[in-house]
Design a protein around this ligand. Structure first.
Ligand SMILES: Nc1ncnc2c1ncn2[C@@H]1O[C@H](COP(=O)(O)OP(=O)(O)OP(=O)(O)O)[C@@H](O)[C@H]1O
Length: 497
């Protein structure tokens, strides 16, 4: 295992728990892995797939961008990998199918969409590969998409139960992976996929990320008057960035010019807002920030260009005393999503609260993937809360196919965001773990790695890596109280305190 890790994947060591998960996969167990964002879940099915020099692992993946990113990375490492998706040419498709059915496929990993897995054609081919004894494993990435109670529900995922029902004698082991599943979603995942409880190995890491400092800022906290709330919020964000820059300058001095700008993401609710805020951030920051908008309306090649330029930010060499930006920011809608693996993102800001708690954890989890200190900042205000609730009602009204259950699920997801933002009694890391039922997972016999690098004290479960642990209840309460009038508050927080 270690040899393949070093020579094929170019990694010096396993991360905590990775080895145990990989060993269980290799032993042929069904495996359920719920691990925090950036844990390195992909390696847990990629390494077993290339360990032997025969056999095919089918990987179900919900997003084209995620698939392309993984396939390109594996190709660069020399792994025999293929994909069939809407961008695959007819000739390439034929080549992959011929290889699949040849009796000894050279392809070790085949990335496919859940929709392809619904087709008779593909199922028929999989049955042949299985009969030939060559289908060694199925991996379901982002497996929370299987549940209507998950934030990214994808109907085609529900049909993946076909694998367990049809790939039998012997059953093909299944590995299911996710970063964000609540207890209800977990139970859907296990039931719908038909995971074999006798043979199942469950693993999890805490859902929060110890290297992320979580903070909520209450909008009324810094808006002197409501006449230009957006401007107050913008100034607040710029002051925060300026503070980071000043501290960085004090620490690094002239060395700073040799480093690339700090990367960050600001999530907004709409395409128009992404354009607007990117332009305001660039123009109002006295050249401290370069910001660019990213959303589904931006042409695909331009999006790819934005992403690669942002990922490979060059050191800022000052030319002729010119100022160089300290921050390189992408202002994005949720179109900038799964599969973004830029290790150097230092902060993720939610300009408005996200619509579900799972989205919050996924999006904030794009910060600090290199395990170094990073920040998550959410701006929260009553007006936004009301607006988002109205939108959820409107959307679930117009998409009748999703039904009332879907509305209930969406409101429940947003309810957790509200609780997270409005809570003044709990460490935010603890809240995240509670919302994902981490403690229940432990009780179910799931295996948890030892927490590294956090010196937990009784006064701070997260080693002061959140605003509650830093400011205490009184400090947070003071900030929150300014957000709305006393009467509104009394009604609003009746459930929380
Ligand atoms: N043992 C390791 N040593 C060093 N880097 C690793 C190791 N395992 C994985 N990585 C790297 O960690 C990064 C995150 O891995 P991966 O994309 O699999 O995360 P993930 O758990 O799927 O996260 P997310 O749910 O956020 O997508 C990748 O750049 C990967 O190469």
């Amino acid at each position: 295992m270690r040899w393949v890790l070093k020579h094929t994947f170019k990694k010096s060591d396993f991360r905590p728990l990775q080895r145990e998960v990989i060993a269980s996969v290799i032993e042929g167990h069904d495996v359920f892995l719920q691990a925090c964002t950036s844990f390195g879940k992909s390696l847990c099915y990629q390494l077993p797939a290339v360990l032997k020099d025969w056999g095919l692992t089918v990987v179900v993946c919900p997003l084209l961008s995620l698939m392309t990113d993984q396939v390109n990375t594996l190709k660069a490492l020399g792994v025999a990998v293929a994909t069939i998706n809407s961008n695959t040419t007819h000739d390439e498709r034929q080549r992959v199918f011929e290889d699949m059915l040849c009796g000894h496929p050279s392809t070790r990993l085949l990335y496919v969409t859940p929709e392809l897995c619904q087709t008779n054609n593909f199922r028929h081919r999989l049955l042949i590969v299985h009969k030939q004894g060559q289908l060694i494993r199925v991996a379901i990435d982002e497996a929370h998409c299987i549940s209507e109670w998950g934030h990214d529900f994808r109907p085609a995922y529900k049909e993946l139960g076909w694998f367990r029902k049809n790939l039998v004698n012997p059953a093909v082991p299944i590995t299911a992976l996710t970063a964000t599943a609540t207890p209800r979603v977990r139970s859907d995942m296990i039931n719908i996929l038909g995971l074999d409880l006798e043979n199942l190995r469950m693993f999890n890491t805490p859902s929060d990320r110890p290297n992320i400092h979580y903070e909520v800022r209450y909008l009324a906290d810094f808006a002197e008057d409501n006449s230009d709330a957006e401007d107050s919020q913008l100034q607040n964000l710029l002051r925060w960035l300026k503070g980071i820059q000043t501290r960085r300058e004090a620490r690094l001095g002239s060395e700073m010019t040799l480093l690339p700008p700090m990367s960050g993401i600001v999530y907004v609710g709409t395409r128009a807002m992404a354009e607007h805020l990117a332009s305001r951030l660039s123009s109002s920051s006295d050249e401290m920030v370069t910001a660019v908008a990213y959303h589904a309306g931006v042409e695909a090649t331009k999006r790819a260009h934005i992403q690669s330029a942002w990922k490979s930010a060059r050191p800022c060499q000052p030319a002729n005393g010119e100022k160089t930006p300290a921050f390189s920011i992408i202002v994005a809608t949720n179109a900038f999503g799964m599969g973004i693996d830029n290790p150097g993102v230092r902060f993720v800001v939610h300009w408005t609260p996200p619509r579900s708690f799972e989205s919050f954890v996924q999006e904030s989890g794009r910060a600090g993937r290199d395990s170094r200190a990073a920040a998550s900042l959410v701006y929260y205000g009553i007006q936004e809360k009301n607006f988002i609730e109205t939108m959820i009602y409107r959307d679930t009204e117009s998409h009748r196919a999703n039904g009332p259950e879907n509305r209930e699920a969406k409101l429940e997801g947003f309810g957790k965001v509200i609780r997270y933002c409005e809570s003044i009694r709990r460490c935010r890391h603890e809240l995240i773990k509670e919302f994902f039922g981490d403690f229940e997972l432990e009780e179910m016999g799931s295996q948890l790695p030892a927490r590294e690098g956090v010196s937990v004290t009784s006064s701070s479960p997260c080693d002061f890596a959140c605003d509650f642990c830093k400011e205490g209840r009184a400090g947070l309460s003071k900030r929150r109280e300014k957000m709305a009038s006393e009467t509104q508050m009394a009604l609003l927080y009746a459930d929380f305190d």
